[in-house]
Design a protein around this ligand. Structure first.
Ligand code: F6R
Ligand code: MN
Length: 201
């Protein structure tokens, strides 16, 4: 006899009736089912982020740099919950600088995060509270544990979209202001046809 998956109320034991069914397509980064949220960052949203602001301003402002889709099963700020999301970062450059995310720290510096890419080729730029900055290679299969106190930014150094999944705390929050004001300690620029991590003096 097959074991029954029905609970006493007639619902499936494995899923909460309060949460809509969500499925993911691992390699394309597609998320299906409600309630998925989405944020699109275009060149117009990234003023003063790239070194060559004049180059950025001269490009098509509607050009999409990246898109984040995530599932927030609990409200932002809820203590102890988890969000699950995916970022698709397009290839491209502003002047000599590769397309990248804005970058942030978590408003709550005790909240960590995982990143894992499934497609493309990139660098994860991390910076500690003393502004010591370093880069880690991102490619399908690498797994990155981001300590809560580290600022983080992702750079696409390839020719394909860089797709990475992330899991972070619902009470992590975002501190974008510090990065907008002070930036990271290094930038990733093309030098002699190759990506180079260059101190940001
Ligand atoms: C969440 C997280 C990612 C980023 C996303 C876009 O804590 O780190 O979901 O939010 O990769 O980058 P930002 O937020 O820097 O624009
Ligand atoms: Mn984060």
């Amino acid at each position: 006899m097959k074991p029954s998956l029905q609970n006493a109320e007639g619902g499936l034991q494995a899923s909460s009736p309060k949460i809509a069914k969500v499925t993911i397509e691992w390699f394309s980064g597609k998320m299906n089912g409600l309630p998925i949220q989405e944020s699109v960052k275009k060149l117009s949203d990234l003023h003063q982020i790239f070194l060559d602001e004049a180059a950025r301003a001269s490009m098509d402002q509607d050009q999409e740099v990246y898109r984040v889709r995530w599932w927030a099963p609990v409200p932002p700020g809820d203590e102890g919950g988890l969000f699950w999301g995916v970022t698709t970062l397009n290839p491209g450059k502003v002047g000599d600088e590769y397309f990248m995310t804005h970058g942030h720290s978590h408003a709550n510096r005790t909240r960590a995060e995982y990143y894992t890419p499934v497609s493309g080729n990139g660098l994860l730029i991390r910076m500690d509270e003393r502004r010591v900055t370093w880069a880690e290679e991102m490619m399908p299969g690498t797994l990155h544990y981001l300590r809560g106190e580290h600022a983080h930014r992702v750079v696409n150094i390839g020719d394909e979209p860089l797709i990475f999944w992330a899991c972070w705390g619902s009470d992590a929050g975002y501190d974008y202001g510090t990065i907008r004001e002070h930036g990271f300690g290094a930038r990733v620029m093309e030098r002699d046809g190759l990506p180079a991590v260059i101190p940001n003096e």
